[in-house]
Structures are given as C-alpha cells and as structure tokens.
Design a binder for this molecule. Structure first.
Ligand code: ADP
Ligand code: ZN
Length: 731
C-alpha cells in the first residue's frame, strides 16, 4: 500500500475540523511531522478540537501567527478514498464538510492517548497483614477464577477503596497488568459449512461470488419474495468477500432486527460480527471504530451511519430491505444510505447488494436500465408458499363506529386459535388513539409547539406529540371549554386494537408489539423471540413486525386499515403502501403451513389495493413508473426540497417569496421552483415551516445551481435553511 504524503515538522498543513467553519484551517505540522489524513488535535481559539489533515496549507496567512498541531492521534490516518467519499457525499447532499466529518468521527474517546489499561488478577501468597478488606479482595478474585478486572470494577466488587488493592499489588498478592483497551474482534471463518442452498439460491450466490472476485465496483439488485432465502444468498457473498481478505458491511433498517440476524452470521461465520447502531455502548463504539480502521473488524452489521466508518479495505456493502424509508436520514445531514452506499462502493471498488422483496422504484428502474445487475429468487424456501391474499370490503361489514375488527376477520382469527396457530393484526399507528376530542365543545387536543394532534398513549398514561416527542399527562378536563370527563378517543392505535382483541377473544393470549412499549431494544427482542416460540395466539403490531422477523406459527395476517397509507399527497404513497402491505402479508405462512392475509379496505377497487391482491408486482411497478415518468418526478426527474424555518412566521414567508423570485440560477438549467407554501406540518417545536420544491430534468447539474440560488440571500440568525436532495417525505 502506498504511504500517504508526509509533512515534516513545521510544514504548513490544512486541517478540516468538525466545527462549523466553512474553510480548512492552516496549522504547522507538529514535532515528528504528520501524514496526510492524520487525525489530529488542533487549537481553535481557547479550545482543542479534533481535525483531519486535509492537504497542504493554503499559506495565505502570516506564518509566524500560525499555531502548531497539538498532537497526532494514535489511529490510522483517514484514507484517500474516505476523503473522496466525504467530499462527494457533501457535494451531493449540499452539506458542509464539517458536518460530513462529524458523521465520520462518531466515536467518543477516539483520541484517548492511552490504548493500554491496567487490569488486576489474582497473584501469589497471602496478604500481610490479612485485614478484612484485603481478604474481601482475595475472595472476590477467587469467586471469579481466571478473570481480570479494572481497578474500579474490583474495588466495587470487593467494597474496598482502590488503595487497598494497590497495597496488595505491592505484595504481589494481586497482579497488575497492562492490556490493550480495544481488543480485536474474533476472526470469522468463511469456510464453515453454509446451509445446503437450493438450486436457485446457489445460482444467485454464484453470481455474487463472481462479482466479488472481479475486485471492482458493481451493484446487484437481489429481489426475492420474503422467505426466499435472500439472506442465505448474500451471506455467501459476505463469505467470499472475507476470502478475498476484504471487509464487508451489512446495513439493516431496524436495530430490533439484529438479534436474530447476528445469530445467523455467527452460525455461518463462526463468531459474532461487529455491531454499529445507537444501542451500542460508548466503549464498544470506540473499539468498533478503531478496529474497522485497522482492518480487525471483518464484518460490520449496522444502521445507516455505519457507512461512515473508516474501513481499511471495504469489498462489499449489503443494503438489506433497501426500500426501507429509515435509510433516509431526516435530520442533520439529509442523506439516503442506500445511495451513499453505491457512491462509497464506486469510489473504493466494492460490490453493493440491494436486497428486498419490494424494491424501491428507483432501484427497480436502475436494474431495468441495466445499471444494476438483476438477481431474482422466485420461490419461498422449503414448503413455505406465498399466502393467499384477499380484501375484506368494509362497506359491507356490520361494525359499530368504535370497532375495527370486522366479523369476517374475527372468524378467521377464531379459526386460527382453534388450530393452535398465530394471527397478526396489523395497524401502522402507535399509541391508543390518534385523536382526542372533547364531546362537549369539539376541541381536539393539539401539541403546544407543533401543528399536530397529540396521540393518546394509554400504556404511558400520557398524550404524546409524534412530531416533537413532547408529552403531557392525560387531562380530566377539556383544555378549551373545561368540561369534565368529556374527552374521548377517536380512531384506533395499536393499544386500542389490543383492547378490542382482548374483548373479542377473551381466552386468547395477546401480545402487543410497538416500539414505545418496551424500555430497551433488548426487552423488545426478547419478547419477539418468545412470541416466535409460541407464547402468544394473537400479535398486535405496528410496522415493527413487518420487518424481517420469522414467526413460524403465524398463518393469518389481518391488516386493519389498508387504506391508511393511500391518503396524503406523498409522491411515494402508493409505492409505500404496496411495499408495506406485501411485507406484512409475507409474515404469514413462512413455515410449512400455508398463510392467509386479509386486507380491510373501504376501496377494494383502488388500483394499488388491486395490484397488492393480484400479487402483480411487475404490473404495479410499470404503472407506477409510467405515472412518474409522465410527471417528470424521480426517478425520471430530479427534485429538491427547501425547508425554511424560523420562530417568526412572517420572516420565513418573506424570505421564501424573495428566494422564489430570484430563481435565475435555476432557470439557467431549466429547473422550476414551486412555492413557498406552508409545510404540511406548518409548525414544529415552535418553528414555523415553509417549503419550496425544485424540479429539474435528470441530467442537469442541480446541486451547483441550488447552491448558487440559495447562496444569493443570507438568512437571519433566527432562520434555518435546509436543502433536501431527493426528498423522501414531504412533511
Ligand atoms: P429472506 O431474507 O428472503 O426473507 P431468509 O434468508 O430469511 O429469507 O430465509 C427464510 C427462512 O428460510 C430462514 O429461516 C432461513 O434460514 C431458511 N432458509 C432459506 N434458505 C435455506 C436453505 N437453503 N436451507 C435451510 N434453510 C433455509
Ligand atoms: Zn409537538
């Protein structure tokens, strides 16, 4: 490997910091010099901040006034391809480089000098004098023969002060040793036996292995119905990548997924991979970051931000459930991890596998156009067959206004209970009821800070705003007319559905699965495992259950409100409903027993509902693609959302209007601007929000024009301007 460029002591270097300054700052290289890409600590005003040596200094400043780099951190320098990736990702998303660097350095304590720490274990002989405290230390170490502890841990365990332990060290009764703080991860073995793949799975695995052997970039869309063994197939790609001596990254949309998933990797590769997501402790984060950087973490399983880890030799990125909306980060840096995965791989010569039962229209179009390789798994593994799908026409069901489980669905559930099989009742709404209304004055309780209704969470005994997270106790009197005991829930949420199920099926064991009902991801995972083993007859769940978990006993899925996603003006409403319904239906009948899925709908003749029922994916995608092509929207055109917000409603509108008028740079590339308009949620956390939408043809240099356009007007300090390239949501 080429050594990166080296700067001798005193040479001028440009350092990029994670501070919001829009330039690279000049410093002098420290004693001993430093490499290009080195992580360094530099003085900035009175502070010390983290930075990366980004290149030669600009030299446009009095040399004698330039300060020195304080120290070079003991981690591998940032590689050239990582710098390229950050620069291009910043250019694509119109994000300042400092914010990009922040994404790439999310490892607390990465600069800690001490890479060694002291640990303590049992030594020889008896303490003299043998005080009670000293004996407690010995007893504690004896209880855990062979294990070693940090000073703090041992002191806590024995209930002594650390000086007692230090005294024992002097007598050699306790040994003190230096060990590396960050242990490498266990080596993985790609040559352990895989499952016996079916012929179709084998062909898929072979295509992916061959792609990896080319050693270059390529993207494959791996499409296959839920349960067809996509995971088994791409694990073979991971194994091949390891054989080539390169690292692999598996991106997953939900942390709740990883428990079951990590186990599958452990079975296939002999040990657990490295995890990277919000549930990982700070110490583990730091360890993962470092080990990835020195090539001692071979496989990382993580959430979207794992894409910014400092891989030394990345050969493969899997994006599982590639259509999932959680790949789009919706605050801070607005990026889509699926697209950034393709960018990163194309820079470092890696393969990408996009896996999904219901690909995004973007990926589907790219595959059709030959930009991605297409790989399909057409049948479910083993005896499992796709469930029968049917609609329940709610217009002809006899159901009171505050009930949601139709008689037809009820009968189907009862049948499953008799047979000892499981049913899933699906509703994509957390909480008890989406609206709380006063029956005296008609007032609906809203959030004080947002234009959103508060959602009752009976489990938490609170009203919660799903926009800003604000919550308050459920009041007894109406906040508007002060009438007592008149507040009533309207509409169903997952908790209320659970209540209805308990009433309809009094003998059944019912489990409600919603992310907010579990205090930790671990508790939720444990519950999912129990359910899979048969601890419940009826599962009531939100979209959490639609993703990836296997419930072998599940043979019925009832979708309470299949129309829910079709409302609203979102460009992707149809696509999302189609994907979600297919995914949920796919939960049923994954083992030997045939499954059934029932969709409660008031519009069974709606084209999306009909496409879902017919299982006509290609037909659906073609129709959807035609519509988007005609409208000139993604993936056939380009879009960007501009969200302006301020505490002052007038200011934000005036700014938006002025901006829209100065659209010269946009017109120059043939782009059009729509708006300003109040955003669908016109106020969040007390900030008024206005949106503009820019539409352009596919091949134009949209980012450059946007930067010029927005750059014409300086916003006040109260205002925030954020640009969302390829917006996924339009709130
Ligand atoms: P997908 O990722 O397409 O939803 P999975 O890879 O999770 O499918 O496979 C579904 C289930 O079938 C899993 O429990 C998996 O272990 C099992 N399975 C798939 N292929 C095989 C195989 N060739 N041999 C044994 N079990 C398999
Ligand atoms: Zn709110």
């Amino acid at each position: 490997m080429d050594q990166p460029q080296f700067f001798d002591e005193g040479a001028l270097v440009g350092v990029l910091t994670a501070q919001p300054i829009d330039r690279v700052l000049d410093y002098k290289a420290p004693e001993g010099g430093c490499h290009l890409g080195a992580y360094v600590e530099v003085p900035l005003g009175p502070r010390k901040v983290l930075g990366v040596v980004w290149g030669k200094g600009a030299g446009d400043f009095d040399y004698s006034k330039i300060r020195s780099v304080i120290r070079v951190l003991d981690v591998a320098p940032m590689r050239g391809e990582m710098r390229d990736f950050l620069i291009r990702a910043a250019g694509y998303t119109l994000t300042p480089m400092s914010a990009m660097l922040r994404l790439a350095t999310r490892a607390p304590g990465m600069g800690d000098g001490a890479n060694m720490r002291k640990i303590y274990r049992l030594g020889q002989g008896d303490p003299k004098p043998a005080t009670e405290a000293r004996l407690r230390v010995i007893a504690a170490l004896n209880d855990y023969q062979g294990l070693s502890f940090t000073l703090k841990e041992l002191a806590e365990m024995a209930g002594v002060s650390s000086s007692v332990i230090k005294g024992l060290v002097k007598q050699n009764v306790v040994f003190e040793e230096n060990t590396p703080r960050d242990f490498p991860y266990p080596r993985l073995d790609p040559d352990l036996p895989s499952k016996t793949l079916t012929e179709e799975q084998n062909r898929g695995a072979e295509v992916l292995r061959a792609a990896i052997k080319t050693g270059g970039y390529g993207t494959t869309l791996l499409r296959g119905v839920t349960g067809s063994g996509k995971t088994e197939v791409y694990l073979e790609a991971v194994a091949e990548c390891l054989r080539q001596g390169r690292q692999a990254l598996v991106l997953l949309p939900e942390i709740a997924l990883t428990g079951e998933f990590l186990q599958r990797i452990e079975v296939r590769l002999g040990a657990r991979p490295t995890e990277w997501h919000s549930g990982v402790t700070m110490t583990e984060r730091r360890r993962a970051w470092k080990m990835v950087g020195q090539g001692d973490a071979q496989v990382v399983v993580g959430a979207r931000s794992a894409l910014f880890l400092p891989f030394q030799n990345l050969g493969l990125i899997i994006v599982d459930e590639e259509h999932d909306t959680s790949y789009k980060q919706e605050d801070g840096v607005l990026y889509n991890a699926r697209d950034m995965a393709v960018l990163r791989a194309s820079i470092c010569g890696a393969q990408v596998v996009l896996a999904s039962a219901t690909p995004s229209l973007e990926s589907w179009v790219n595959a059709e156009a030959g930009k991605y390789t297409k790989l399909e798994l057409t049948s479910r593994y083993g005896k499992a067959v796709l469930p029968d799908l049917r609609a329940i026409d709610m217009r002809s069901e006899d159901l009171p206004g505050d009930r949601w489980i139709s008689p037809t669905l009820q009968k189907a559930v009862e049948l499953r209970i008799e047979k000892g099989e499981q049913s899933l009742l699906f509703i994509n709404r957390r909480g008890y009821a989406p609206v709380t209304v006063c029956r005296a004055c008609g007032h609906q309780i809203g959030c004080d800070h947002c234009d959103a209704r508060m959602v009752e969470h009976r489990f938490l005994k609170r009203l919660v705003c799903h926009q800003c997270g604000e919550s308050k106790p459920m009041p007894n009197v109406c906040p508007s007319c002060e009438a007592e005991d008149k507040l009533a829930p309207v509409g169903p949420g997952v908790e209320r559905l659970g209540e209805e199920a308990a009433m309809l099926f009094p003998e059944a064991r019912i489990a409600t699965l919603s992310s907010d009902m579990y205090s930790t991801a671990r508790a939720l995972k444990a519950q999912i495992v129990e359910i899979a083993e048969g601890s419940a007859d009826i599962i009531i769940g939100t979209q959490l259950v639609a993703k990836g978990h296997n419930f072998p006993l599940l043979t019925l899925v009832g979708v309470i409100d299949a129309d829910l996603g079709l409302q609203g003006s979102d460009l992707r409403a149809a696509e999302r409903t189609f994907q979600l319904m297919r995914q949920v239906a796919g939960r049923s009948g994954r083992a030997e027993k045939k499954g059934e899925a029932m969709l409660q709908t008031f519009q069974p003749e709606h084209p999306v509902i009909r496409a879902i029922l017919a299982g006509d994916e290609v037909g659906f995608w073609n129709a959807e693609a035609d519509e988007r092509r005609m409208a000139g929207v993604p993936p056939y055109g380009r879009m960007a959302g501009i969200i302006l917000s301020s505490t002052d409603a007038q200011e934000v509108f005036d700014y938006g209007t002025a901006l829209a008028r100065r659209d010269g740079p946009l017109r120059a590339i043939g782009a059009v601007v729509f708006g300003p308009a109040a955003a669908p949620i016109a106020r969040i956390r007390g900030r008024h929000r206005v949106r503009l939408l820019v539409k352009a043809d596919k091949g134009v240099a949209l980012q450059r024009a946007l930067a010029q356009w927005v750059g014409q007007m300086k916003p006040s300090s109260r205002m925030r301007v954020s640009i969302d390239i390829d917006p996924q949501s339009f709130y």
